[in-house]
Design a protein around this ligand. Sequence first.
Ligand code: ASN
Ligand code: ZN
Length: 320
Amino acid sequence: REERQDHSHVTPPPPEGSPAAVRARAAGAVAASRYSPNRQIHDGQNKATLPGKLVREEGDDPCGIEDADRAYDAAGEVFALFGDEFDRDSLDGKGMPLIATVNHRRRYNNAFWDGEQMAYGNGDGQLFTTFIDLSVIAHEMTHGVIQHSGGLVYQDQSGALNESIADVFGTIALQRHKGQDVYQADWVIGGEILGPDINGVGLRSMKAPGTAYHDDLMGQDPQPFHMDNFLSTSDDHGGVHINSGIPNHAFYLYCMYMGSNSWEKPGQIWYRALQELNNPLASFAQWSDQTVAAAIELYGIGSLEVTMLRRAWKLVGLPT
Ligand code: ASN
Ligand code: ZN
């Protein structure tokens, strides 16, 4: 016997932007995207000039330049992450265009955000074969989000937090794209960019900082995962890509405690903490406190979410 389908009792969706709507999205509800991206992809033609030649704008058919078309798709994916999960309209929250340049310089072994746009090298073919990798692209775009959220000075601990938050949303973007929960994910940043002769899984591992690669060409991944091994150095703006392993690992541990998807509770807490931080020179201790404050606001003091977050920070040597 079949029940008659009656939808008259179905609750209408909550108003967009309301806490209920945010919760519904976090719970996996399918909501139409509220915002539209404005992508502008350029071909750097192996030169250093930015932005280079415009090859694909929003709504254009694929241009046939492989890296440009992949960068276009990835930028859309990251835009949708911030829009759909965090109610943010582009990197500045005000719909700014997503400007990117592929084929930047020749054999260039890096990708970056320059304050206004993303740029991606091709790699030298030995150390790196590409920088068109969703975790890398989301990392660079998150530098833009951080800049427009009060910023974090790119030096010492605040710089390492800038790097770590870029990695957090880098892995979140990749996990969401792949539909992976926190246990299925590999927690690697730059997992698809290492050259064939490099012994390693990628650029950084949030699960096991310090183990991403070990190789004659690249050396040993220098990242620590605990404050006991914090590295004081004048290289790399005070080791911003090194000490980021510590807050990276705290995020990973928290996700292991919570299960489910990284862009749900953990991502919501990290995003809210970034919006409320208001301290461009924040230390690791100040940032960990800010995430706990965000978790209290979202889930209540004494909640499991807060207890496990404090436990994760304590495991990396940052008691809150
Ligand atoms: N790929 C690097 C990054 O985004 C470039 C840099 O050192 N700023 O962190
Ligand atoms: Zn970075």
